[in-house]
Structures are given as C-alpha cells and as structure tokens.
Design a binder for this molecule. Structure first.
Ligand code: HEC
Length: 141
C-alpha cells in the first residue's frame, strides 16, 4: 500500500463509516416509508389483522391474516371472506417467495397471472413503493 498521511487515513475511515451510517439510515427510512404506506395509505390491516372482541385491532397478530368482519350488501362473485398472513413466516411467503410478492404489489397479479379475489384491492405500486412495503413486511414477526 502506498504511503498515506495519518490525517488522510482518518478522513478515509470517517467517510467509510459515514457511508455505512447513511446506508443504515436509508434502510430505516425505507422501512418507515413502507410502514407509512401500509398503515396510513393502504390500511392493509383493515382486512389482514384480526380484531379483538372489543373491535380493536389485535396488535399482537399484526397483519397475520383474518376473517373479514364485513360482507357485500349484494353478492360479489369470488368474494373471499378470509385474508392471508402477510408476515414473512406465513404460508404466503413460503409459497410465493419475496420476488413474487414484490411483483404482485406492482402488477396486482399473482404468480399464476390472476388478480386476487375481492375485496383485495389490485394495487399497482411504483417499484420504489412496492420495495418499501416489502421491506416493512420483512420486519414483521
Ligand atoms: C379491503 C380488504 C383488504 C385490504 C385493504 C388489503 N387486503 Fe390483501 N387481501 C384481502 C383478501 C380478502 C385477500 C384474499 C384474496 C385471495 O385469496 O384471492 C387478500 C390477499 C392478499 C394477498 C395474497 C393474494 C392472493 O391471491 O393470494 C396479498 C399479497 C395481500 N393481500 C397483500 C395486501 C397488502 C400488502 C395490502 C396493503 C397494501 C392489502 N393486502 C390490503 C383483503 C384486503
């Protein structure tokens, strides 16, 4: 290695640490943005989180899938009265894998090429938004 004065080394070390810190912060921002999209914009929990007997969402089973507590006033074809577990340990992740979930969030199409049954909305998120939602889902237990 060529000679490098100490100050330069220190500066180099500092900027590498800075890059790592910026990387971690960017990841945290992504998760936080995903949480915002899921919880404040799309409200995925309205259908994917079970409710307690008092009607409140069960925080201990956040996005773990539920039986819906509503139904259409007139019949809707293919109406699905349960929603799947969206957490990474759930069956959906095992069956589909991360790539298919990311693709689904951007196209509204399942790996078989179909839309999901109602009342699941057919979201067509921009790649950046779909990635953020995915990163947030990955943090769920
Ligand atoms: C209005 C209720 C509702 C909302 C809001 C909702 N979902 Fe769903 N979701 C469902 C139902 C019901 C199903 C089951 C549909 C099926 O099996 O075809 C489902 C299925 C899914 C599936 C699997 C699709 C399939 O074909 O198996 C994924 C992935 C999913 N939802 C993710 C999300 C995400 C992420 C959000 C928020 C961005 C969300 N859902 C918001 C009701 C909802």
């Amino acid at each position: 290695m060529t000679y490098m004065p100490n100050l330069q080394r220190i500066l180099l070390f500092g900027s590498i640490c800075g890059l790592f810190a910026a990387g971690t912060a960017a990841q945290e921002n992504k998760v936080e943005y995903g949480r915002y999209l899921v919880e404040e914009v799309a409200k995925c929990h309205d259908c994917h989180t079970p409710k307690l007997p008092n009607g409140e969402l069960d925080r201990s089973r956040w996005l773990k899938g539920a039986t819906l507590d509503f139904q259409p006033m007139t019949p809707i074809e293919r109406w699905h009265k349960t929603s799947p577990d969206l957490t990474p340990k759930g069956r959906l992740w095992q069956r589909w894998g991360e790539e298919a979930i990311l693709k689904y969030l951007q196209t509204g199409l399942t790996p078989k090429g179909n839309p999901a049954d109602p009342p699941m909305p057919g979201y067509k998120l921009k790649p950046k938004d779909a990635e953020a939602v995915l990163e947030y889902l990955k943090t769920l237990k």
